[in-house]
Write a protein that binds this ligand. Structure first.
Ligand code: SPD
Length: 318
């Protein structure tokens, strides 16, 4: 007898030439994409990995049956989660850490900044960079930048073991909080992130959808406010057709500046872009930005009324 597909696995989600994204995180709905060809299916130590060619969105990467990236729209998420914090910083970032993000898209975006000296990535699943390099060369091109060091390891342990204030920016490019990424949404991890980021630095984390996960965002933002004392916590949003509800956001948490004691200067306001928009990177074949601009940066923090009300008291600038 054939074994039953595990819930959330790619086996469960692929039927009659169509993939449907099913998850208890968005019950009762599921985006469907018509499949041209399945290119890869594997099971790593951590999750189910699948790549397929779709009719409408190009190549698609699934982890545990959930869309992580498609050729057609990945730039909106990768550019926003990288450039919002990079451009909000008061001083150009020199040392950046990416936790997760094994597809390489965020690395590609960070590589656009000539001032960055070191980019570290802590990715738990070696299958994700391997598969991405093979099937998503335009996204994974960031791995070829000489400033990038890939550490295949537990991201939490990596952050805990980092020196205090080691990074100007830490980006947590995680999958959803079910499965291997669940721990990346918990307080002990945020306390470790706070320790590892420099005073005046930023931690920017994938923070789900306003339409589906307002309760998760509320809890996450409130917890971050407890951790980033004297700093600031903000939510920025981007549109992306292949993520559930077509929208995803990020929490942008600024650590208090060294000189900023109680009653001192105001916390960093990430709604203001301070660093120049990065350009193309011909050396790696990386073209102009397609989504991010300073105008989009400022607009990303403007929340619709229901979200503003729902997050009342959880964010620093309201
Ligand atoms: N619902 C899916 C959320 C996935 C966020 N991470 C995507 C990784 C892209 N680098």
């Amino acid at each position: 007898m054939a074994s039953k597909p595990s819930p959330g696995s790619a086996e469960q989600a692929i039927n009659d030439g169509w993939y449907t994204e099913l998850s208890p995180m968005w019950p009762g709905q599921g985006l469907s994409l018509k499949i041209k060809e399945i290119l890869y299916r594997g099971k790593s130590d951590f999750q189910d990995v699948c790549v397929f060619e779709s009719e409408s969105m190009g190549t698609v990467l699934l982890l545990d049956g959930v869309i992580q990236a498609t050729d057609r729209d990945e730039f909106s998420y990768q550019e926003m989660i990288a450039h919002i914090p990079m451009c909000a910083l008061e001083r150009p970032a020199k040392k950046v850490l990416v936790v997760g993000g094994g597809d390489g898209g965020v690395l590609r975006e960070l590589a656009r900044y000539p001032e960055v000296a070191e980019i570290h990535m802590a990715e738990i699943d070696k299958m994700v960079p391997e598969v991405s390099k093979k099937y998503f060369p335009e996204m994974a091109v960031g791995f070829t930048d000489p400033r990038v060091t890939l550490h295949i390891c537990d991201g939490i342990k990596y952050v805990e073991d980092s020196d205090e204030g080691a990074y100007d920016l830490i980006i947590v490019d995680s999958s959803d909080p079910v499965g291997p990424a669940e721990v990346l949404f918990e307080k002990p991890f945020f306390e470790a992130l706070h320790r590892a980021v420099a005073p005046g630095g930023i931690v920017c984390t994938q923070a789900e959808s306003l339409w589906l996960h307002l309760d998760i965002i509320k809890a996450l933002a409130s917890m971050c406010k407890e951790v980033f004392v004297g700093g600031s916590v903000s939510y920025a949003t981007t549109t992306i057709p292949t993520y559930p509800s077509g929208q995803i956001g990020m929490l942008v948490c600024a650590k208090a500046r060294a000189e900023q004691g109680e009653g001192g200067t105001a916390p960093l306001d990430p709604r203001i872009p301070r660093q120049a928009e990065p350009g193309p990177l011909p050396k790696l074949g990386v073209a102009e930005l397609q989504y991010y601009s300073h105008e989009v940066h400022a607009a990303a923090f403007v929340l619709p009324v229901f979200a503003k009300k729902g997050l009342q008291g959880c964010l620093t600038f309201q």
